[in-house]
Write a protein that binds this ligand. Structure first.
Ligand code: MN
Length: 245
């Protein structure tokens, strides 16, 4: 039995080919798993559970089919879809996980994060995050008409894209100091996250012991899945899991 981790799908009606890939994944390899974890930025944008234009109904129905088949689905908020709420949980069968969360992964205590909290050099973004994660701000946003919310979301994305132009790549990567601090605080030697779109497995010494940080790929160009079982973990491309040898 296996546990699968994916993140940063950035699903949107603008990239229908990725939706097709996701549905093939849900109806194929994901069916054989015990659990599927989606570590944030599942959607390109999420303006509230009450907005359910295409392709959202189909996504919900495909997810609920998977969860009805007995596969547990866990979902963590990303910086794009932090407004996913209880109605989404109910109709998808997924369970929302706080960021960060610690799980027991086949005997290995593992820290799960989206990853944006690790980018501590990006002070401007972390201030923005604090604002939009405030329950009052969210309440105010969610009570606006949907058209206004969509417009605001678009403006925020444009502003973030503009701000990223001026940031050197290192600012938008996970800071090793923050990685170590989070891992120490949660007493783990294994961390899995997404967000940075820099898929890799980083091994390093943490207080004299080997620690690992696995970064998941994005579904723009590095669609991959981390497959974990009793023997350990390995990264595979989504495509390879759809067409096993
Ligand atoms: Mn992200």
């Amino acid at each position: 039995m296996t546990t699968l981790f994916i993140s940063d799908l950035h699903l949107s009606e603008e990239r229908p080919e990725k939706l097709v890939l996701f549905f093939r994944f849900l109806n194929g390899p994901a069916r054989q798993a015990d659990a599927l974890y989606i570590l944030g930025d599942f959607f390109e944008a999420w303006v509230g559970d009450d907005y359910c234009n295409d392709p959202i109904p189909q996504i919900l129905s495909e997810m609920s089919k998977l969860s009805a088949s007995g596969v547990k689905i866990f979902l963590m908020h990303g910086n794009r879809d932090f407004l996913i709420g209880e109605a989404f949980e109910a109709s998808s069968g997924a369970t929302l996980l706080p960021d960060p969360s610690v799980i027991d992964l086949y005997g290995v205590k593992t820290l799960l994060m989206h990853g944006d909290l690790l980018c501590t050099q990006d002070v401007e973004y972390l201030n923005f995050r604090k604002m939009v994660r405030d329950p009052d701000w969210q309440q105010g946003f969610l009570t606006k008409p949907i058209a206004e919310r969509l417009m605001m979301a678009q403006q925020l994305r444009a502003a973030s894209k503009e701000a990223m132009k001026d940031k050197v790549p290192v600012i938008m990567d996970a800071a090793q100091e923050a990685v170590e601090e989070f891992m120490r605080r949660h007493d783990v030697l294994n961390l899995i996250h997404g967000h940075t779109h820099r898929p890799a497995v980083h091994k390093f010494e943490l207080d004299g012991t080997t620690a690992a940080r696995t970064v998941l790929g994005d579904w723009y160009q590095n669609e991959n899945v981390l497959i974990c079982d009793h023997n350990g973990q390995h990264m595979a491309s989504i495509e390879s899991t759809l067409n096993p040898e």
